[in-house]
Ligand binder design. Structure first.
Ligand code: ADP
Ligand code: NI
Length: 215
């Protein structure tokens, strides 16, 4: 029965996010779901909570819905309609509210399930996929690939994170390169290593091409 709820939730999310253009599309959710299953199994987490939270984690995001409150109440309504008990709905909603990066201002996570889903989401922001997503996001908001006049921001409010002056290359220094050390679980720490190295290599090559000597 839990399996059926997971499948119909996946179907609902898929239809809701079809065509989403800022890197939060269904394929992001599917990858996070898959990562979450892998990490959650290894860490012996509650897989019903992990899977529902992974599938629903972006439906309260201000890029997908009008505001977080509306998103959360819609998720709550959906889960109740599927007959999910309150002792599952509650942690799922809690996870969705707490895992987002939003400039590094996130709260400390309590449950193992929250840690698993956050790690799965963060793994999808780094490595080759993370690079692709950073430039997709930039394209969707008209942000440059790289602007050497911008500074790397060390501390950001949620507002700065969304609206400040930045470029995709800056985003690596403001967020993506930090994620490896912010992983919660041993499984994700190991998965992050190769992806992190690939980003370092990418940046090295980028600046090599950028600063080409004139002869
Ligand atoms: P989260 O929901 O985990 O906080 P975001 O919504 O901030 O993640 O970002 C979604 C995707 O877009 C991520 O892959 C992230 O790295 C990328 N992204 C967010 N802000 C920027 C930016 N200013 N430049 C390039 N990529 C960005
Ligand atoms: Ni996400």
């Amino acid at each position: 029965m839990n399996e059926e709820i997971i499948m119909s939730t996946a179907e609902m999310v898929r239809s809701k996010l079809a065509g989403e253009g800022s890197g939060h599309d269904w394929f992001h959710i599917e990858r996070v779901w898959r990562n979450a299953i892998k990490i959650g199994r290894a860490e012996k987490a509650d897989m019903f909570i992990v899977q529902l939270a992974a599938l629903l984690h972006d439906l309260a995001d201000d890029k997908v819905v009008l505001d977080e409150e509306t998103g959360l109440s819609e998720i709550n309504y959906w889960l109740e309609g599927e007959g999910v008990p309150p002792n599952v709905i509650e942690p799922v909603l809690e996870i969705i509210q707490t895992i987002s990066f939003k400039g590094g201002t996130g709260k400390i996570l309590g449950s193992l399930e929250a840690k698993v889903v956050q790690d799965a989401d963060r793994l999808d922001a780094i490595g080759a996929i993370g690079i692709a997503r950073a430039f997709t996001y930039a394209g969707s908001v008209g942000q440059p690939i790289f602007d050497p006049q911008y500074e790397v921001r060390e501390k950001m409010t949620k507002e700065d994170y969304r609206n400040g002056k930045t470029s995709s290359i800056h985003h690596f220094y403001e967020k993506l390169l930090k994620l490896k050390d912010l992983m919660n679980t041993e499984t994700a720490i190991q998965m992050a290593e190769e992806r992190h190295q690939f980003m370092e290599q990418f940046l090295e090559q980028f600046f090599k091409e950028y600063t080409v000597d004139e002869e």
